[in-house]
Design a protein around this ligand. Structure first.
Ligand code: IMP
Ligand code: MG
Length: 178
């Protein structure tokens, strides 16, 4: 079935079926279970986009862990210092902890870099990154993305948590701009 869908002014076509997503999620969970089994990590789920990936992933994570939900707020100060980032919802003491950032997609890496910069000030033991999707041709940063579900090209996708102008997050398959 090659069923196109319309979201607002754009058409999207099926791109990654639920079965492939499921396989990718289980692969990532397996890597985390093996590599972080003695770490008792804190998963920091970055809302909104990561809610579906996080839910599926963490059901497959069998090691002891904590789960917390955060948002990144960016705003421009009145000075010329550029944009400032703040994490909303981070109440845990992360000192000495292994932190796993859970993202829906890593594109240019700008968002990830902001998160990492804030977390590096919190005396964490180490920062790991798990993402459902990654656009390697677009990624411009140095920071290592440890656990990648699937790599895609520089195409705009929706579904499985990802939105187009707020819509489409509920779709259980991933669609690409038609
Ligand atoms: P960054 O460029 O890595 O900072 O990604 C910024 C944000 O853009 C991601 O967290 C997503 O919210 C959004 N984004 C990037 N690529 C896509 C896409 O293909 N579909 C939907 N959102 C995207
Ligand atoms: Mg996002």
């Amino acid at each position: 079935m090659d069923q196109k869908i319309t979201i607002k002014d754009k058409q999207f076509r099926p791109f990654i079926p639920a079965k492939k997503i499921d396989e990718a999620v289980k692969k990532v969970a397996g890597q985390i279970n093996a590599e972080l089994k003695n770490e008792s990590p804190v998963f920091l789920v970055v809302l909104n986009g990561s809610f579906m990936f996080a839910s599926d992933l963490l059901k497959e994570v069998t090691i002891p862990c904590e789960i917390s939900f955060i948002k990144v707020a960016s705003y421009h100060g009145t000075s010329s210092s550029g944009s400032v980032s703040e994490l909303i919802g981070l109440t845990e003491d992360l000192s000495g902890r292994t932190v796993v950032i859970v993202e829906d997609i890593v594109d240019t890496g700008v968002t990830l870099e902001k998160l990492v910069t804030v977390l590096q000030r919190k005396n964490v033991k180490q920062i790991k990154v798990a993402t459902a999707l990654m656009k390697p041709d677009s990624y411009k940063k140095e920071f290592k993305v440890d656990y990648v579900g699937m790599e895609i090209g520089n195409d705009f996708v929706v579904g499985y948590g990802l939105d187009y102008d707020g819509m489409g997050r509920n779709l259980k398959e991933i669609y690409v701009l038609a």
